[in-house]
Write a protein that binds this ligand. Structure first.
Ligand code: AHM
Ligand code: MG
Length: 328
């Protein structure tokens, strides 16, 4: 017997109906699904096309850009444009904001079309992460630099493994899997598990001695208690954290032997990386803080490509590290 499941679109239609919401958001989500499927296809066949190498370019963050990043960016912008619903987009791959429908649009979208670039050359999992905010329909607009708590939805596709996780404001975090017909199906409500048996810590251990003293001490006191996993792509690593519980961390680098390599502001980007996973964590019962122990979702960015340190996952662990960070 064939096992058949509810599709993502059917789930979302029911959601919009239940909460008395508009169809505009459906159009936006449909475009993101099309983009993700298109990126997924390119990625799966990329090795054969020879497109998984470096593009000999440096992106706005000063890092190497791979050709697959550019392809993913172009695909995402194409589908977003066709919706006519997006005022403008912010992409990790472009320094400036990208105007799409400044007059008639309804949403702002902040995205990283292919996060975890170091995995690209190996064909290993990468992520397409996005956060969505809505135009201020009542009063004047405000520069569009929204804190995560003002997002209406945030999500991530893990490519090419075919999973999609979406958090809807005050309506939970949901996971879907791709089926035989390339539809995302089978909504599963995600809640961070309370049972510590499955909890894991996820961070780049090579950086451990460069973290703030309090963070290093916390790790030393805790690392034996939990398993440890690190893929090097936020979407993949956070996917595990969400399922198994525990905490993903990308702390500030403040004790590097070469002070030029310190990153006191952190590495990950606030608007389309940290706030996205923080939003999903919150809707799944978890938390997320920065290097000061401030909730990530409360931080109002002062620029679109702002970076932050990140601690995200099970609430008891995030609360513990937040305490350490606030008391420094
Ligand atoms: P990218 O946007 O250049 O791909 O970098 C972001 C990635 C995250 O996905 C991941 O969590 C982190 O950088 C890994 O960094 P590191 O290689 O320093 O551990
Ligand atoms: Mg990125």
């Amino acid at each position: 017997m064939i096992h058949l499941e509810q599709t993502f679109m059917n789930f979302l239609l029911a959601h919009q109906e239940k909460y008395n919401r508009t169809y505009h958001f459906l159009i936006l989500m449909d475009s993101l699904i099309s983009a993700a499927k298109h990126i997924q296809h390119y990625y799966l066949t990329g090795a054969l096309k020879g497109i998984l190498g470096l593009a000999n370019k440096i992106n706005v963050q000063g890092e190497d850009v791979m050709r697959m990043d550019q392809i993913a960016h172009e695909i995402a912008i194409h589908y977003l444009k066709t919706t006519n619903r997006v005022i403008h987009a912010v992409s990790e791959e472009e320094d400036d904001i990208i105007p799409l429908n400044e007059e008639g649009g309804r949403y702002f979208i902040y995205f990283d079309p292919l996060d975890g670039s170091s995995n690209v050359a190996h064909g290993l999992p990468v992520g397409f992460l996005f956060g969505i905010a809505k135009r201020n329909l009542e009063g004047p607009e405000d520069g569009h630099l929204r804190a995560g708590k003002d997002y209406i939805a945030a999500g991530m596709f893990v490519i090419p493994t075919g999973t999609f996780t979406l958090a809807l404001k005050e309506a939970g975090t949901w996971r879907f899997h791709i089926n035989d017909t390339m539809n995302y199906v089978m909504p599963v409500r995600m809640m961070l598990p309370e049972d510590k048996k499955t909890w894991e810590l996820s961070f780049n251990a090579a950086n451990q001695t460069t973290y703030a003293k309090g963070v290093q001490d916390w790790i030393s006191a805790n690392v034996g208690k939990y398993s440890y996993r690190y893929l090097g792509a936020l979407a993949g690593d956070f996917h595990r954290t969400l399922s198994n519980g525990g905490m993903f961390m990308y702390p500030a680098i403040v004790n590097h032997p070469n002070p030029k390599k310190n990153r006191p502001e952190g590495k990950l980007r606030l608007m389309y990386e940290a706030s996205v996973v923080a939003f999903m964590s919150k809707e799944a019962g978890g938390g997320a803080v920065d290097e000061n122990g401030t909730p990530i979702l409360d931080i109002v960015p002062s620029k679109h490509h702002q970076r932050t340190a990140l601690y995200v996952g099970s609430k008891p662990l995030v609360d513990e590290i937040a305490q350490v960070l606030r008391n420094r």
